[in-house]
Design a protein around this ligand. Structure first.
Ligand SMILES: [Mn+2]
Length: 226
């Protein structure tokens, strides 16, 4: 099999639709977490649920934090509004997702998909984070490739002998060129960008934007082990 890794869609329906138009028909889809929390929560979730067994789901921090009482990182005002847009069933579906997915991918091998790091859904690291600081978050992992997201920037690096890919963000990318960022895994690893026309929603706050360098510098101040 080969797999389209769609991470951090954040409710951005036009971005998701642009990406889905570019996903090969024979590819499975991994939804890498933080799927609904954003502009069009219910429509985005249902667009992906309608794809049925082709989709492998895992849970991001912003999916988990929609359930009251969960701690994490997502802004409270975003979570409050998103909760008004989703049914109890949809919030429970997101909360019930597993923390990781493992798939055998043609030409790549055993691939572990997680939201942030194999250790949890909140650890932050970037392409710049010193390896010795982030390595404990990958301790004990046996995989040919680990696919992460969470920081909304696409990159590939090595950590503790592991090949690590950040798939980038479909719906809230912090990149120099605008678009929806994702990855096609198998038989090689392709970093992909799909362009889309942004659409406004009733989302009450300003949609965060930052340059790639600003975002990486900010995330570095929050990075694991710092
Ligand atoms: Mn996210």
């Amino acid at each position: 099999m080969r797999v389209a890794a769609l991470y951090d869609v954040h409710g951005n329906l036009p971005a998701l639709d642009a990406v889905l138009a570019g996903v090969p028909d024979d590819a499975a889809i991994v939804v890498g977490g933080d799927v609904a929390a954003g502009l069009f929560p219910a429509e985005t979730l249902e667009r992906l649920r309608a794809l049925g067994d082709r989709v492998h789901w895992l849970r991001g921090n912003a999916d988990r934090e929609l359930t009251p009482g969960e701690e994490g990182l997502a802004p409270a005002q975003m979570l409050d509004w998103v909760r008004t847009q989703l049914s109890d069933e949809q919030i429970a579906f997101l909360h019930g997702l597993p923390p990781s997915v493992t798939l055998d991918v043609d030409g790549v091998g055993r691939v572990l998909f997680v939201h942030a790091t194999p250790r949890n859904d909140v650890d932050i690291f970037t392409e710049r984070t010193p390896e010795e600081r982030v390595a404990p978050s990958f301790a004990g992992v046996d995989a040919d490739l680990v696919v992460c997201g969470h920081t909304h920037t696409q990159f590939e690096r090595e950590i503790a002998g592991l090949r690590v890919l950040n798939a980038g963000s479909v719906g809230m990318a912090y990149e120099d060129a605008p678009g929806a960022y994702w990855a096609l895994v198998g038989p090689d690893v392709q970093h992909r960008r799909s362009t889309f026309e942004p659409r406004e929603s009733d989302y009450p706050d300003e949609w965060p934007s930052a340059s790639r360098d600003e975002a990486v510098s900010h995330f570095e101040t929050l990075a694991v082990g710092s």
